[in-house]
Design a protein around this ligand. Structure first.
Ligand code: MOS
Length: 732
């Protein structure tokens, strides 16, 4: 059964149901759990990138006031190797491509048991944890731990070691081989062959990663800032060798994550070891600086894009290859070639991304992992090709419009990219654009306009849900998913309200607790499709039961479900379902698409870039709530602006450390950096993708922003910036 189109409740711009508790401070985040007997843990990190701990002197730390324990590899409780995030490479199965199967773990560093031995793999590796009565005492004790190292030569520079790239990393995008791209490129009439670079970037959610852990007997409770609570539970259950029923993980509010809270990172083990050792609840709240080393980042990349085309603009060859940073403790791989299989029709495509194993902290998913940096390279190259062809950038994209999936030729479940190009171009006034660089001016400012395409796969994973109505007519819908600010709770109430035909206010959506029916990771833009379908199906099932109770009839006018329960002497009626993707869905290629447009002004003498306007037009299937969807697109574009102009974590290749590890020196866009942003939501009815027609919009907003801005900067200045971010020095 599918959710019909044109419903009164669905798509309406409803305010968020969690808005009030957030703005009043009533929402309790992980680190705000303060139970009786709570103590504090502070982590000690390695200061070298490679080698062994020669000795740890914790005598002074242990004698320091209030200290309860100092845990190192010498006294850590022995646990089993925790399971990693499973990986899958099909478009609709496996990690982030449909989500992990139920009961998978998600340990971020599967080749490093936390605190297991004296080996050091990167600067910032967690090597000890001090536990004390107060945060100040724990911080002081951590500072008193003296570590001596035997240092060994480290590899920290991506470009210096690019020749050593390997296929390591089970999260590599599947290599693409269609036709013979190299031969076609060699004989192409018009060619572009360029190298693009993207820097390390950090998620920097406002809420730092934090956990409050407590053991009671053989039960472990975790208040964890997480976007994947069930996988945290499985990870800890396997590590500690206890049944997962003995573990409860709660994550009712998450203050931003962007992928950085999708894995179990070492600090969760640090807290679990600490509470195990001292038999008191332990709070571990990572300082901002430590977040830069032990909770993931977007790895730096170097990408080659070679495009060959006929004189009419038809692509004959796409080659996309290159490297990103990896390390020997994680399997993360920045799969930047993934969009290359989707975005343009071309008879010859070769694409593969490799990893260079360095002594640098572990990378992880960061909003549109792969697509964001991959599309910077590909869409910059498309602009360069348009310039070489003397062709309009939109016309070039339309000439290569993929009418079906370019690699396996599955039909699209829906695709409205043409409408995105057309509506976006109209809104920004693309016809005003002069294609000749440096030809548009406003006083001292050089004006430029640029655009880029966007695409992100539509994923859905299995999820369970429960719905219960009571005799007063109130409905509780439950699913152990997460709300990181996307609007999940609000749209789920809308779906349940619409499906049951009861007022929005009578529904409450419960989430963020492993005692609830099981949900997958909230990532890969899959939550609305995944949990939305589960909620739609469980509401249908509850309605079926209620209709059955009513003698097979819908409620008569004026009757209510509450009254129906009263008539049958029932206090509640409940339904529970397991929603699983239908194999029919895999017959189609399902992707969200979009088109991004930027207008920039560049100071002709100083190279300062000022954004004048951004327009993003998106088609992501059904929109469940116009207001929260607008915020998702808007937030994605703001993060894309950061990626284009500001964000970069600098790595000191000599010492192997990230250096600008605070919000003063890691530049993020502030309000003054953000121009007027127009969001166009192109209407799209997708009957194939899943029963509710939702394709996912959490990540598509960031994709294409950086190349649209880079292309606009080229149009303004004639300078092609191929390494992000676009800073003044690159324009002088
Ligand atoms: Mo995300 S990077 O899928 O949270």
């Amino acid at each position: 059964m599918s959710l019909p189109v044109n419903l009164p409740m669905i798509g309406k711009p409803r305010d968020r149901v969690d808005a009030r508790v957030k703005v009043t401070g009533a929402a309790r985040y992980a680190a705000e759990n303060n139970m009786k007997g709570l103590v504090h843990a502070v982590v000690v990190s390695s200061t070298i990138p490679s080698g062994r701990i020669k000795s740890i002197d914790d005598a002074a730390a242990k004698k320091s006031p209030g200290v309860l324990a100092v845990i190192t590899y010498q006294n850590v409780p022995r646990v089993n190797q925790p399971p990693a995030q499973p990986t899958g490479q099909s478009e609709k199965g496996g990690q982030q491509s449909g989500g992990p199967p139920p009961d998978s773990g998600n340990y971020a560093e599967p080749h490093l048991l936390p605190f297991a031995d004296a080996n050091i793999h990167y600067v910032g590796q967690q090597i000890a944890v001090a536990v004390a009565e107060t945060l100040e005492q724990a911080t002081h004790a951590a500072n008193l731990v003296r570590v001596a190292y035997d240092e060994t030569p480290a590899k920290t520079d991506l470009l210096a070691h690019r020749a050593e790239a390997t296929d390591k990393g089970s999260q590599q995008a599947p290599p693409i081989h269609v036709g013979d791209a190299d031969t076609a490129f060699a004989s192409a009439a018009v060619k572009i062959d360029q190298t693009y670079r993207t820097p390390y970037q950090h998620h920097n959610p406002m809420e730092a990663h934090s956990v409050v852990a407590s053991w009671e007997g053989n039960r472990l409770t975790l208040h964890d800032s997480s976007q994947n609570i069930f996988a945290v539970r499985t990870t800890m259950a396997k590590a500690f060798g206890i049944p997962k029923e003995n573990i409860e993980v709660m994550s009712p509010f998450v203050g931003g994550a962007f992928g950085s809270k999708g894995s179990t990172w070492p600090h969760v083990f640090a807290a679990a070891f600490a509470t195990y050792q001292v038999k008191r609840p332990v709070k571990l709240w990572l300082p901002r600086k430590q977040l830069f080393f032990t909770n993931g980042h977007r790895p730096a990349t170097e990408q080659r894009v070679a495009l060959g085309a006929n004189a009419d603009g038809k692509l004959v060859s796409i080659i996309h290859e290159g490297v990103s940073q990896g390390n020997d403790v994680s399997d993360y791989n920045e799969r930047f070639t993934r969009p290359t299989r989707t975005i343009y029709a071309c008879p010859n495509i070769r694409a593969a991304n490799k990893v260079v194993v360095l002594n640098v902290a572990s990378g992880t998913y960061m909003r549109a992992p792969g697509e964001n940096v991959g599309m910077f390279a590909l869409e910059s190259a498309m602009d360069e090709l348009a310039e070489a062809l003397k062709m309009d950038p939109i016309a070039l994209r339309l000439a290569n419009y993929a009418e079906d999936d370019p690699v396996d030729h599955k039909p699209w479940s829906s695709k409205s990219l043409r409408q995105c190009y057309q509506q976006g171009a109209e809104r920004i006034g693309w016809s005003r654009r002069n294609p000749v660089p440096r030809s548009m001016r406003d006083g001292r400012w050089l004006i430029g306009m640029g655009m880029a395409s966007a695409t992100y796969p539509a994923h859905r994973a299995p999820a369970a849900a429960r719905a219960r109505i009571d005799a007063s007519g109130n409905v509780v819908v439950s699913c152990g998913t997460h709300e990181m600010g996307m609007g999940t709770a609000t749209v789920m109430q809308q779906v349940a309200s619409e499906t049951l035909g009861v007022p929005f206010e009578t529904i409450r959506f419960e989430y963020g607790d492993t005692r609830l029916p099981q949900a997958p990771i909230s990532a890969g833009s899959l939550t609305a499709a995944t949990v939305g379908t589960a909620v739609f199906q469980v509401a249908n099932e509850l309605k079926r039961k209620l209709v059955e109770l009513n003698g097979g009839q819908e409620l008569a006018a004026g009757d209510t479900y509450g009254a129906l329960l009263h008539r049958h002497y029932l206090t509640t009626v409940e339904a529970q379902i397991d929603a699983k993707p239908d194999p029919e869905e895999a017959k189609y290629a399902s992707h969200s698409f979009g088109a991004q447009f930027a207008e920039v002004a560049v100071d002709a003498d100083l190279g300062i870039v000022r954004l004048r306007r951004i327009v993003g037009a998106f088609a992501g299937g059904r929109i469940l709530n116009a207001k929260t969807a607008h915020s998702q697109f808007y937030g994605g574009i703001v993060q894309g602006i950061g990626c284009a102009l500001l964000e970069q974590t600098r790595l000191d290749a000599h010492g192997g450390s990230f250096t600008n590890v605070n919000l003063g020196e890691y530049l993020l866009p502030v309000n003054a950096d953000i121009p007027p942003i127009d969001i166009i939501m192109v209407e799209e009815d997708d009957p194939h993708v899943n029963p509710i027609g939702v394709k996912g919009i959490g990540e598509i907003g960031i994709i294409g922003v950086a190349p649209a801005i880079a292309n606009a900067v080229y149009n303004a200045t004639g300078k092609r910036v191929r390494d992000l971010p676009i800073t003044i020095d690159k324009l002088l």
